[in-house]
Design a protein around this ligand. Sequence first.
Ligand SMILES: CC(=O)[C@@H](O)[C@H](O)COP(=O)(O)O
Ligand SMILES: NCC(=O)COP(=O)(O)O
Length: 238
Amino acid sequence: MTKLSVNINKIATLRNSRGGNNPDLVKVALDCERFGAQGITVHPRPDERHIRYQDTFDLKAVIATEFNIEGNCKEQKFVDLVLANQPAQVTLVPDAEGQITSNHGWDTIKHQNYLKEMVAVFKNAGIRVSIFVDPVVEMVEAAVSTGTDRIELYTEAYAQHYHTDREKAIAPYLAAAIKANELGIGINAGHDLDLHNLRYFAQTIPNLLEVSIGHALVSDALYLGLEETIKRYLAQLN
Ligand SMILES: CC(=O)[C@@H](O)[C@H](O)COP(=O)(O)O
Ligand SMILES: NCC(=O)COP(=O)(O)O
């Protein structure tokens, strides 16, 4: 079964736009769980434009499902934050300064030694590690050598090309997933997954453990409401 982890960054964006506590991020996270989500994902960025560092502690104190913190481990503040929080999973993302959103995976060959060190830091603290990668077989192979528990396949390219040729769009993901399965590493996926492209992805990728979805899910909730939206995303996965 593929788990749905709801990324609540966009809820924090809305909250921050007025400076108060509406919508209440913690309440939304608890409601996501109540409506069936099996995890909560946040991606604190150094400028705290959506998730604030304090939010992670507030969330960790109350959520009962899998807490996944994504971010850039080159920021010492991020490393300290994750270690202090002890989430179920940390997802290492190679964020560049000033980027609007995540736009590439780790080069696990070039940064092999560095990633090995970081994976060990988190694993020694009892935190499962996932490395965000592009769907490239060599990147998966090198990710395995870092000792990471999982990879997260960066799905923007799949989402972009799904409507023109879904078989072609998913081909590199399938090859990467087959290699990951062969090498015994877990597979997560995320970025721009939505109600149109999710089912085919989940049905085609063997042993897809978890998807983290935020932007499209929160946008759908404007029309459908959060409960119905989560129900529909879960239905795509089952
Ligand atoms: C790691 C990833 O795929 C991203 O989707 C990210 O978590 C979203 O971050 P923003 O909400 O800041 O665009
Ligand atoms: N890891 C991907 C994620 O958490 C959500 O990405 P998106 O659905 O906001 O594009």
